[in-house]
Design a protein around this ligand. Structure first.
Ligand SMILES: [Ca+2]
Ligand SMILES: [Ca+2]
Length: 339
């Protein structure tokens, strides 16, 4: 088992499908009700379309993943397709040919997963004492489960707190507004959508600040999905977090910021800010100040204008109603006098 670790060194291979991902893909694969171990092109297409990726991109992914070109997907091909979709959604370019690490996946794993597997094997004696009474095959499945779920070290990336259904829904919403496929919505674009939620401005401002993670005044698809999810959270009456909890940080930001496994490497955070464990990304906070200030100023200005205009309209409406009411009263008064 030791040879699992060596080919990859300590590097996190983005192409490597982790045990967790594989388990999820398998679950999704079976959810599509494969016939004789395959799902048809149609079944797969409809499912892949939910990613919100454009057709040509999905076609490319299909071409890469359908390794034997038989127009259907077996479990491994499906897993590869799902992984490619995920990476594409995270902003990675598609490879021209399937990276070999992807093919190795069902057997070997990424460095992290290999370590996890090793940990799993290390617990073998314990597991076998549990499974002693059971049949051998049962023991094997138990062992596999243990590998993917029972791995305290190293901590795998926490699943993104945004549920899959919301991701798909808001990814589609994002795509429908990102007409030029620029990969982001501008501040005003995003604001218009967020304001449809009918949440108070103050909460929307909080959500904006939590979601625009790189503070560039625009929302990428993930930032937007996060914002919409936070709106859902707020709408359901739950309090918004003051600082974005690690599991809310979109996967692509984790990859970029840590370049390793443990994004938030709790060690350095703890050392630096023992009293504020929720604070993240020290180098970001440096950037944060000037940008936020500028952004805030502009945002506040625009928001102020908008708010003013809204109030002006409301006032006009009120005045109009009041005049109408007075006119009516007057008319009624005159009617009375006539009588
Ligand atoms: Ca195939
Ligand atoms: Ca942003």
């Amino acid at each position: 088992m030791a040879q699992f670790g060596t080919p990859f060194g300590g590097n996190l291979d983005i192409w490597a499908i982790t045990v967790e991902e594989r388990a999820k893909h398998d679950q999704q694969f079976h959810g599509l009700q494969p016939t004789a171990g395959y799902i048809t092109g149609d079944q797969a297409r409809n499912f892949f379309l939910q990613s919100g990726l454009p057709q040509p991109v999905l076609a490319q992914i299909w071409a890469l993943a359908d390794m034997n070109n038989d127009g259907r997907m077996d479990q491994l091909e499906f897993s590869i397709a799902m992984k490619l979709i995920k990476l594409k959604l995270q902003g990675y370019p598609l490879p021209s040919a399937l990276p070999s690490n992807m093919l190795k996946q069902p057997v070997a794993m990424s460095a992290a997963a290999a370590a996890a597997a090793a940990a799993g094997f290390a617990t073998l004696p314990k597991s076998s004492s549990f499974g002693r009474s059971g049949a051998g095959s049962q023991m094997n499945t138990k062992l596999q489960k243990a590998q993917s779920f029972d791995v305290p070290t190293p901590p795998p990336l926490a699943e993104w707190a945004v549920p899959q259904s919301s991701r798909l829904k808001y990814r589609q919403l994002f795509n429908s507004h990102d007409k030029t496929m620029s990969g982001h919505l501008t501040g005003p674009q995003a604001r218009t959508i967020l304001m449809q939620s009918s949440l108070p401005q103050s909460q929307l401002a909080t959500i904006w600040n939590l979601s625009d993670i790189d503070l560039d005044g625009k929302l990428t698809a993930e930032e937007f999905i996060l914002a919409m999810h936070l709106i859902d959270v707020a709408m359901s009456g739950q309090p918004l977090p003051p600082v974005l909890p690690p599991e809310y940080i979109p996967p692509s930001f984790r990859v970029r910021s840590g370049s390793g496994l443990s994004i938030m490497s709790s060690v350095s955070v703890d050392q630096r800010l023992p009293e504020e464990p929720a604070e993240e990304e020290p180098q970001n906070t440096d950037k944060r100040l000037p940008v936020t200030f500028e952004d805030k100023k502009r945002e506040n200005f625009e928001r102020g204008n908008l708010e003013l205009e809204k109030r002006r309209q409301a006032l006009l409406e009120q005045q109009r109603k009041e005049q109408e009411r007075l006119a009516q009263l007057e008319r009624a008064e005159q009617e009375k006098k006539k009588k």
